[in-house]
Design a protein around this ligand. Sequence first.
Ligand SMILES: Nc1ncnc2c1ncn2[C@@H]1O[C@H](COP(=O)(O)OP(=O)(O)OP(=O)(O)O)[C@@H](O)[C@H]1O
Ligand code: NI
Length: 345
Amino acid sequence: MSVRDEIFEIRNLDVSFELNRGASRVVRDVDLNIHREETLGIVGESGSGKSMLSSSLLNAVVEPGVCSGEVTYYPQDGDPISVLELSESELKRFRWEEVAMVFQGAMSSLNPVMRVRAHFRETLQDHNRDIPAGLERARELLESVYLDPDRVMDAYPHELSGGMKQRALIALSLILEPEVLVMDEPTAALDLLMQRSIVALLDDLQEEHDLTIVFITHDLPLLTKLADRLTVMYAFGIIENGTVDELLYNSSHPYTRALLAATPDLNVPVDEMHAIAGSKPDPVDRIEGCSYHPRCPIADEHCRSSEPPMATVNGTHESACFYHEKAREAVPLRGDSKQEGAVHE
Ligand SMILES: Nc1ncnc2c1ncn2[C@@H]1O[C@H](COP(=O)(O)OP(=O)(O)OP(=O)(O)O)[C@@H](O)[C@H]1O
Ligand code: NI
């Protein structure tokens, strides 16, 4: 067997904006691998850089943001693709045919004067696909997201409910059979029932289409149901990576632990992440040492002066904390004993 199958490899990724008050670095030196056909959840408080990181997977960071570093995409067949070096025309193909994205607040991204059918038609046309065959496939996709194609194909966006629009957009994003689906807060504006049904739907779609899914949210309970692996962002960088179980029951970074402690019940979805003591980092600031040290209960001189590298906790779990071995005792979770019981059930 070959080594683990990666679909994306990100190295030394930086995203910055030149602002009047100085350079704003909103993604800082990020390294991340995404495995083929996994669901990777990216979590972190508002402003931590989740959307910037995920849009750089498609070289789609908003103007005038500048990306540097390497984002390498490994197609199923063929040569690796350096995403940040693609031309406009190559990007256009890449964005629908390899990696599709459903953006934050995506429900507004359907054109209000176009029927749903026209959205499918336009995308097929832009990519020189066979229109009748493509529209037939669109009907199947709508059915697979539990929408009635007869009704929805002819509908204008305003004739659909929020959840229906969201599902129509997911169907649209899959029309050119991408390998990767990047979803940035796709369920944020939906009620709880609809959020849960979209999660169930993504599970089915992933199986059926061999999709890799990157899912961004600050709803940690939602992610624990959906994701295989979690990546935690704090202050524009990644501070911990691991499987969902490793991060829930054995997280080894004080920030992740604070995040978990602030989530009252992992079975209840949250609208917004609960605040953690201390103020949020500003992307214009240069941070000495560990980015979390100003808020960390176990930070010492070492943490204030040097930046902790990613340390291996075990083969699938890593933490950017000098004290990852003692983080668990030092930052207990509420009801820690109860949670431990739950792991061994
Ligand atoms: N257009 C922009 N120009 C300059 N800075 C920006 C711009 N958009 C966002 N930022 C900054 O980039 C940082 C990262 O933003 P990003 O949208 O990636 O955060 P996020 O983790 O996705 O937050 P949220 O959960 O609120 O969506 C933020 O601190 C924000 O201040
Ligand atoms: Ni965001």
